[in-house]
Write a protein that binds this ligand. Structure first.
Ligand code: PEP
Length: 249
C-alpha cells in the first residue's frame, strides 16, 4: 500500500565529473521501478543534478535547509531556493547535523514545518547512539525525537512526512541493525504516528538507514514497517545503489 522509497545521501561527496558518471550509471540501470528513487546531493550540485535527472524517475533531494524563509542567515539555504532547483525531498535532522552542528529536536521540527509549507517532502531522521541503546533508552530517545516533530504538525501535515530511522551506531560503520531490531523500532515509530493520526500511521514511509548494502537490503526491506532505505556509502556506487533499489522493488 505504501510505495517504497530508496534515497541516496551523498553527504559531502562528489564532483561535477563524479556526479555525472554516478547519475548516468543509475539511470542506465533503472528498470521500470516499483519504488521511488531519489538522490540527496550537496547544495552546490543541485542545478547540475537537476539537469542530469530531468525526465528520469530519479527524484532530487537536498541534505538540509533553513527553517527561515529568507534574510540575514549567512550560509543558509531556504526551502523556496531548493524548490527553484526542482528539489522534492530534503533530509532533516541527520545525526551528523545533530552531532556536529548542534541541531536540536526543536530546530528539526521548525525545519520540517518550513519544508512542508514549501511543498517539499522532509525525510526526518531519528536515531539512538550505542550508549543510549545499551542503556535501554532506544524507544524513549527515538520516539521522543519524532514526537517533538509531530507536535509541531497538524494531522494532515504529519501524513506528508517521511521518517528515517538511522541508529547512529550503524551509520558508516558497517554495523547494521538486524531486520528484527529495526522492525521493532519502526513499529514503535508507526504507533507514535498513529497517536497523531490514523492517516499518518497508514501513509508515512519509515525508511531504515545505517550501513544498508546490497547484501542486507532484501532482509531489511522485507519487514512490514520498513518502507525503504536512506543510503549513505552504498549510494555512491551505481551498482550498489541499483541493487538496493531492486531489493525494494
Ligand atoms: C546515512 O548517513 O544516512 C547513512 C545511512 O550512511 P551509511 O549507509 O553509509 O551508513
Amino acid at each position: 500500500m505504501r510505495r517504497k522509497l530508496v534515497a541516496g545521501n551523498w553527504k559531502m561527496n562528489g564532483s561535477l565529473a563524479a556526479n555525472a558518471a554516478l547519475v548516468a550509471g543509475i539511470k542506465e540501470g533503472l528498470a521500470a521501478q516499483a519504488c521511488d528513487v531519489a538522490v540527496c546531493v550537496p547544495a552546490p550540485y543541485l542545478a547540475q543534478v537537476q539537469a542530469l535527472v530531468a525526465g528520469s524517475p530519479v527524484g532530487l533531494g537536498a541534505q538540509d535547509m533553513s527553517a527561515h524563509a529568507s534574510g540575514a542567515y549567512t550560509g543558509e539555504v531556504s526551502a523556496s531556493m531548493l524548490q527553484e532547483f526542482g528539489v522534492q525531498y530534503v533530509i532533516l535532522g541527520h545525526s551528523e547535523r545533530r552531532a556536529y552542528h548542534g541541531e536540536s529536536d526543536a530546530a528539526v521540527a521548525a525545519k520540517t514545518v518550513a519544508a512542508l509549507k514549501a511543498g517539499l517532502v522532509p525525510l526526518v531522521c531519528v536515531g539512538e547512539t550505542l550508549e543510549q541503546r545499551e542503556a535501554g533508552q532506544t524507544n524513549a530517545v527515538v520516539g521522543g525525537q519524532l514526537d517533538v516533530v509531530l507536535a509541531a504538525l497538524s494531522a494532515e501535515e504529519a501524513a506528508r512526512i517521511v521518517v528515517a530511522y538511522e541508529p547512529v551506531w550503524a551509520i558508516g560503520t558497517g554495523k547494521t541493525a538486524t531486520p528484527e531490531m529495526a522492525q521493532e523500532v519502526h513499529a514503535m515509530l508507526r504507533a507514535r504516528l498513529g497517536a497523531k493520526s490514523a492517516e499518518a500511521a497508514a501513509k508515512v514511509c519509515i525508511l531504515y538507514g545505517g550501513s544498508m548494502k546490497p547484501d542486507n537490503a532484501q532482509q531489511l526491506l522485507a519487514m512490514g514497517d520498513i518502507d525503504g532505505g536512506l543510503i549513505g556509502g552504498a549510494a555512491l556506487k551505481a551498482a550498489d545503489f541499483l541493487a538496493i533499489i531492486n531489493a525494494a522493488a
